[in-house]
Design a protein. Structure first.
Length: 335
């Protein structure tokens, strides 16, 4: 296994923050994962960095950062229209989605082009266009950090919720995901009810697995900045989930605010709409700004520091809180 000391993380986080880690461990196989976990370095807290697409570094990281570069996609035999596919945690999420599209496996095409690794996709329960990773996870194999033993988590044990899981909450810092087993369908099953997906498909001329992948990629490219050109971490805040009563009171004053069904007795609002309504879209201070096409996306125009992005985010948070009495929770991990 490889350890880089005083390692730059600039190319390893999509905000492009120029920070360093005391040690960066690169693990490329199951053996290296185990070797690291049995080493004294794993006895101190460490941070697992996936593709760096959901993290804001505000300072150098004093400690160990672990990055998986494990690979492998193993497809089982189809039975009754279902197929199980086991994928290494270090695989690139979109490579896996494209693998599924090529093999005619339905279930992850709405999650096209999301910058993530497969392991972090589970930690974070990534979601887009009406689907979430939890819809297709069958089981997760993860190392218990304290004992270096592997455990298989059922989907229920993963305790998925909106942009959250066991690994992000109760189990935080205690588990290293090794691989994820997905259950996909070999029979056509489309989920095109979100936004203008159905309309776009019509314009595309056909509804097929590939067409859904392409249409969703197209929407993402139009709305979200390409992180290779402009630093960002996708949605900076989560969409707030509030009580029915609070939602009714807010909509009485602001009938234009959309509300979506959430868990029982609660409603999910569009954070983008709240932020947008206060005139933040396209606003910029130095090299930090709110993206011009999506109010939920903060961008680094070049030389912004993590501290500057975080202060800008807090100003948005305070403004939304003052006007609507809602505290927006960051979706990104702020370190
Ligand atoms: N809207 C505005 N202003 C904007 C953008 C959007 O008012 O600048 C309103 C529009 O009314 C729109 C609604 O917000 O209909 C929803 O917008 P969008 O479809 O872009 O979705 P979102 O709720 O802002 C969520 C996810 C995204 C995901 C999209 C599509 C969260 C925090 N974000 O954004 O995920 O791609 O839905 O499914 O749940 C991410 O997590 O990093 C991410 C990009």
């Amino acid at each position: 296994m490889q350890c880089l000391e005083n390692a730059s993380l600039k190319a390893r986080n999509t905000f492009g923050m120029d920070v360093k880690a005391d040690r960066l461990w690169i693990l490329c196989s199951r053996e290296e994962e185990e070797e690291f976990l049995r080493s004294p370095w794993a006895k101190q807290p460490f941070f697992i960095l996936g593709s760096g697409a959901n993290v804001l570094f505000t300072k150098d990281f004093h400690g160990s950062v672990v990055h998986l570069e494990t690979q492998g996609i193993r497809m089982g035999a189809a039975r009754d229209g279902r197929v199980r596919v086991e994928v290494a945690a270090g695989e690139c999420w979109d490579d896996f989605v494209r693998f599924c599209v090529d093999k005619g496996l339905y279930g992850v095409e709405n999650l096209a082009l999301i910058p993530s690794q497969v392991g972090s996709a589970v930690v974070q329960n990534i979601g887009a266009y009406g689907r979430e990773v939890k819809d297709v996870v069958h089981a997760v194999k993860a190392w218990h950090v304290a004992t270096a033993e592997m455990k298989v988590f059922s989907k229920e044990e993963c305790d998925f919720a909106y942009r959250s899981s066991f690994f992000k909450t109760v189990g935080k810092g205690e588990w290293l995901i090794h691989s994820v087993e997905f259950e996909l369908s070999t029979e056509a099953a489309y989920h095109t009810g979100y936004g203008d997906v159905a309309e776009r498909l019509q314009a595309w001329g056909e509804t097929s697995l590939r067409a859904v992948y392409e249409v969703i990629s197209e929407i993402r490219r139009e709305k979200l900045p390409d992180v290779r050109e402009l630093g960002s971490a996708g949605s900076f805040f989560k969409n707030p989930v509030i009580s029915l009563e609070k939602c009714q009171a807010l909509q009485a004053a602001h009938p234009e605010f959309k509300a979506f069904p959430a868990s029982e007795g609660r409603k999910k609002l569009s954070a983008a709409q709240l932020i947008d309504s206060l005139g933040w879209k396209g606003r910029r201070s130095g090299d930090v700004g709110v993206h011009e096409r999506q109010a939920l996306v903060l961008v680094n125009y070049g030389r912004a520091t993590g501290g500057e992005v975080w202060r800008f985010a807090q100003a948005i948070q305070a403004d939304v809180q003052r006007h609507y009495g809602i505290l927006l929770e960051p979706e990104v991990i702020v370190l």
